[in-house]
Design a protein around this ligand. Structure first.
Ligand SMILES: Nc1ncnc2c1ncn2[C@@H]1O[C@H](COP(=O)(O)OP(=O)(O)OP(=O)(O)O)[C@@H](O)[C@H]1O
Ligand SMILES: [Mg+2]
Ligand SMILES: [Zn+2]
Length: 157
């Protein structure tokens, strides 16, 4: 490939949609899962895994023609607290927001304690207090106090 061609090939810019940037490396596919995007979804989605960022590796997800709702952003913040949500309109970044880390989440994560009342047949919604320790998210169950700090994506409801 010629030097000129190498410089010209780029991911096609999005006219309107969302760029989720600075995703914790390795979490891009979990972000897609949160957004319900599968291989047969409509719309153009580009996924960058292990892209070089200013602070080491990062993942990036670009979604054409879609903006996120707050419940989706809350879930993304739990698996990738450093992510930024860039809203693209008319090819430009119109809005840039750091994902806010909620102090409390309800009905978002399933408790890992099988004996927790939130996992019984009672009509009880899960609830967790959210803490960050050294940049990592820690969830403490509001019923049994069990802490989830690893593989949070695997426990999302
Ligand atoms: N029209 C577009 N189509 C696709 N991606 C875009 C478009 N505009 C911006 N982006 C991407 O959105 C992200 C944010 O764009 P921005 O221009 O704010 O970059 P930046 O200054 O590096 O931001 P940051 O400081 O958050 O890293 C980048 O990953 C950029 O590649
Ligand atoms: Mg950047
Ligand atoms: Zn519990």
């Amino acid at each position: 490939m010629s030097e000129v061609a190498k410089k010209e090939i780029r991911v096609q810019p999005i006219c309107s949609g969302t760029v989720i940037d600075h995703i914790t490396a390795g979490q891009a596919l979990n972000v897609l899962k949160i957004l319900g995007i599968t291989g047969t979804s409509w719309g153009i989605v580009s996924i960058l895994i292990n892209a070089p960022g200013s602070y080491g590796r990062k993942d990036v997800v670009k979604i054409e023609g879609r903006e996120l709702v707050s419940s989706e952003v809350d879930k993304i913040s739990l698996i990738s607290p450093g992510a930024t949500i860039n809203i693209i309109r008319d090819y430009d970044v119109q809005e840039k927001n750091q994902v806010g880390i909620p102090s409390h989440v309800e009905g978002v994560v399933k408790c890992i304690n099988p004996n927790c009342i939130s996992n019984s047949n009672e009509p009880i919604e899960s609830k967790f207090d959210v803490d960050t320790r050294e940049g990592k998210i820690e969830l403490r169950c509001g019923y049994c106090e069990r802490v989830i700090c690893e593989n949070i994506a695997d426990h999302l409801l």
